[in-house]
Design a protein around this ligand. Structure first.
Ligand SMILES: Nc1ncnc2c1ncn2[C@@H]1O[C@H](COP(=O)(O)OP(=O)(O)O)[C@@H](O)[C@H]1O
Ligand SMILES: [Mg+2]
Length: 268
């Protein structure tokens, strides 16, 4: 059984792409078969996995979605790239911004990405979707196709308002029957500066606001230049700094997600 997780927060620069890459590779290191999908026109997941010029790529997620919109046939494996650390990637690039606009006037416009995912799902145990910093059509498509949403939150910026909007969108997706079973996998605190007390404040704020209904992952991801380096090197934190706190944080996130009974529990 394949589980699909969207990494989502409409704020940019909170560590979505870094988390999608390191969760994906973390799952692969635990023996899982993983596809990560770059659903952001900025193509930063694609670039950060070492595929440096996404905008020059001919076949990307935008190509497949375009074919689905036009009801053309496609080979579900076409365009999938292989990363040295054992995950597959469906790259994304600037052409996704055109797709985002086109989708508005398409029939079943929320379910175009779902159609693609349905066609490749049986080849993977996990699909991780890296979302754009927006709540536009492509993000709604990701939510429609997902079992759950992982929300990276950058500590140090008061996140309560943005989170509320994201949770409202998730609730809308459920209520409008776009995806009735969508869950929130949890909130991942990112870029935590160990010298400040922000994280405790933020954790208690989130707990107050959501009454403990939303899980906060146990280990925050520290602010670390070693994480930032990964995207330039095209490798994961497990390779770049295996013993550092960031690697331990992403390992712990991976374990919690693998251990969640709603994901099939102990899929290991
Ligand atoms: N824990 C971290 N510590 C330091 N820098 C980070 C960390 N996580 C991500 N970054 C860097 O911060 C920038 C934004 O992260 P990114 O994952 O691209 O965010 P988003 O996808 O939410 O826009 C990138 O340059 C990335 O390499
Ligand atoms: Mg990103």
């Amino acid at each position: 059984m394949c589980k699909v997780i969207s990494v989502c927060n409409q704020k940019g620069g909170v560590g979505k792409s870094a988390s999608a890459a390191n969760l994906g590779i973390g799952l692969a290191r635990a023996g899982q078969k993983v596809l990560v999908i770059d659903n952001d026109a900025q193509g930063s997941l694609t670039a950060s996995l070492g595929f440096n010029e996404p905008d020059t790529m001919e076949y990307t997620l935008a190509t497949v979605l375009g074919k689905i919109i036009k009801e053309e046939s496609y080979d579900p494996e076409e365009g999938i790239l292989h990363h040295q650390e054992g995950i597959d990637l469906m790259p994304g690039n600037i052409e996704l911004s055109g797709i985002d606009l086109t989708l508005v006037s398409v029939m079943s416009r929320e379910h175009v990405l779902s159609e693609y995912i349905e066609s490749i799902k049986d080849r993977y145990s996990w699909i991780i979707i890296d979302c754009a910093p927006s709540l536009g059509m492509l993000t709604v498509n990701a939510l429609a196709a997902s079992d759950s949403v992982l929300v990276p939150v950058q500590v140090g910026f008061l996140p309560a308002k943005g989170l509320e909007q994201l949770i409202r969108t998730i609730n809308k997706v459920r209520k409008q029957k776009i995806n009735r079973n969508l869950r929130i996998e949890g909130i991942l605190l990112t870029m935590v500066d160990g010298r400040t007390n922000y994280s405790k404040e933020i954790i208690s704020l989130i707990e107050q606001a959501y009454g403990g209904n939303v899980k906060i992952f146990e280990k925050p991801i520290p602010l670390s230049v070693r994480v930032a380096e990964c995207s330039a090197l095209g490798i994961s934190i497990y390779r770049n700094d295996p013993k550092g706190k960031a690697a331990l944080g992403y390992e712990s996130l991976t374990k919690e997600i693998l251990g969640n009974p709603l994901n099939g529990g102990g899929a290991l």
